[in-house]
Structures are given as C-alpha cells and as structure tokens.
Design a protein around this ligand. Structure first.
Ligand code: AMP
Length: 285
C-alpha cells in the first residue's frame, strides 16, 4: 500500500511564500495551517505538510522525519546534509559573495589572501576559499555580517546576496561570486524512489517549466511561413494550421518567456499579425 508523503516547507522567511505558491500552482491544494499549527495536509494529494524553519529542513529530511523538503541549496551544503537534490525550484536565487569596503584596495578574490573575513556561512566559505587556494582567517558571526568591516571586526565579508542593495547600502563592493544557490526540493538520499515522491517531483517540475514558457499564436502569410518558423526555438515543432482566409496560416508554438520581448518585433517584421502570448499552467516535456 502507498503511504502518505510528508513534505517539510519553510514556515517563515523569504522561501515561505514562493514555496507555498508553487504548491498551490501544482494543484495539490495545500491547506493553510491554523495559527501556530505546524502541520497540515493537501486536499488533492496524499501529502502531509510540516512547517519548519528553512535551516531545519535538511536535517529533517536527512533523519527521515519527513520524506521530502523545500529549502535553500546553500543550507543543504552549509550543513553538509546527506540528502538528494531532486529538483531546482527556480526561486530563492542568491549567491555567496565576498565583499570589501568600497575604500579597500582589493580588486579580486585572490586579494583576500591572509585577511580576516566575517561570515555566517563558515563551511561554504571555507570550502570556496580552499577550492581557490586562498588562505584567510574566518570570523564566524550570526547576523548583520555587513557591518563587520565598519566595526573593525574583519577586512571583508562573505555573505548571501540577491540584488546587491544591502552591500551598496553598507558601503561594500563585491569581489566575486563563490557559490550560487536557489530553492531546491530535497529527498532522503538512498531511499528507494517512491511513486509519491516521483509524482511530486514531476508535478512541481511541470509548474516550473510552465512558468518559464509562453504559448505563442500568430497568423502569417503562407509564403512567409519559413521566415517565421526560423525565428522559433528549434525544440518542438510548431503547429501550423490553415485559416478560412486562403493563403494565411496560424502558427502555434511554445517559446521561452525570456525571448518574448525580442521575438515579437521580429515576428512583426516577417508580416505576422494577431500575435498572442498566453501563460502556460503546466508543461511535462
Ligand atoms: P530566511 O532566512 O528564512 O529568510 O531564508 C534564507 C534563505 O533564503 C537562504 O538560505 C537562501 O537560500 C535564500 N535567500 C535568497 N536570497 C537571499 C539573500 N539575499 N540573503 C539571504 N538569503 C537569501
């Protein structure tokens, strides 16, 4: 018999909302937990939810308290958790960067040699520096890492950055990226892949793929069809249909959302008209 799948998701912080909206978009119909309640379930799937801090998720999965969890890749690596990354979720993107005061003379990561660096990501920082053969002294701090150089606690910092605005606000300048992170779905390593775990991974992947795609429709003269199809991504053949008006065809294709802005003027230049782009709900390649 198939037992229910347990999934740990962040109860607070910046990964909470996007994790929840991904689950909602997947159609499992997650039920909001009540005030201060840590457990809930999904109406449309055999999934129980456990709400815990993002930094506790790797341990819960590793120890088998839950089957799967959503957390940041940085947290998985910082804790050296023995878990399997099942899927990259496309949100919570950030990078571990080294930064110095704007007045500092350092211009590259190599200039960190022999210096004091404040960080709350000691393991990731140590590994990244040792990979680059940089010897530096790490000063472990729990929070407000950005003010360490100003307080004279360290010459530099290593911290997670997404937009870079916190660095700028604190008079800091990045020397480079040491590690890229994003939210991930993790599962217990070595566990025989249950059907429920596979289904959840496929479902979430279908939403992530769909979010990155648009369904494109346009009409074009048959004589210019080759010009239009040459503009479309080569993966997946476009659908071409005759319209009631002779000599005109409709072209339908799935295209990456990221190229829409550059694609539309080119389609127009090929004489395409009635160009529509629609969001896609789910996409299983
Ligand atoms: P929380 O502390 O609960 O808000 O979540 C922290 C997690 O969010 C980190 O472990 C990263 O995976 C992710 N994250 C995304 N952008 C940033 C950022 N600019 N600073 C810190 N964490 C970030």
């Amino acid at each position: 018999m198939n037992r229910r799948l347990t999934l740990a998701i962040p109860s607070k912080g910046r990964l909470r909302e996007p994790s929840w909206s991904l689950l909602e978009a997947s159609g499992v119909d997650p039920q909001e937990p009540g005030e201060r309640v840590l457990q809930s379930h999904c109406r449309n799937a055999e999934i129980d939810l456990l709400f815990v801090r993002a930094d506790d998720v790797p341990e819960y999965v590793q120890d088998g308290v839950v089957d799967c969890g959503i957390t940041g890749l940085d947290l998985v690596n910082e804790q050296a958790s023995d878990v399997e990354v099942l899927l990259q979720l496309g949100f919570g993107k950030c990078s571990l960067q080294a930064a110095v005061s704007v007045e500092d003379s350092a211009t590259s990561l190599a200039d960190l040699e022999g210096r004091r660096i404040a960080t709350s990501h000691a393991r990731l920082a140590r590994e990244a520096l040792s990979d680059r053969k940089i010897n530096a002294e790490l000063v472990k701090v729990a929070g407000s890492v950005e003010i360490s150089p100003r307080l004279g606690l360290a010459d530099a910092i290593i911290d997670l950055v997404s937009t870079g605005s916190t660095l700028r606000t604190n008079g800091l300048r990045s020397l480079g990226v040491l590690f890229e992170s994003e939210a991930v779905l993790i599962g217990r390593s070595g566990s025989t892949d249950s059907e429920a775990r596979r289904t959840l991974t496929t479902l979430l992947a279908s939403v992530i793929n769909a979010r990155a795609s648009r369904y494109l429709l346009c009409n074009v003269e048959k004589s210019r069809l080759d010009e239009v199809t040459a503009l479309l991504p080569t993966t997946g053949s476009p659908t071409v249909m005759d319209l009631a008006t002779p000599g005109i065809v409709a072209v339908h294709a799935l295209v990456p959302a990221s190229i829409i802005w550059s694609l539309l003027p080119k389609l127009q230049a090929c004489g395409a008209s009635a160009i529509l782009t629609l969001p896609v709900e789910r996409m299983v390649p």
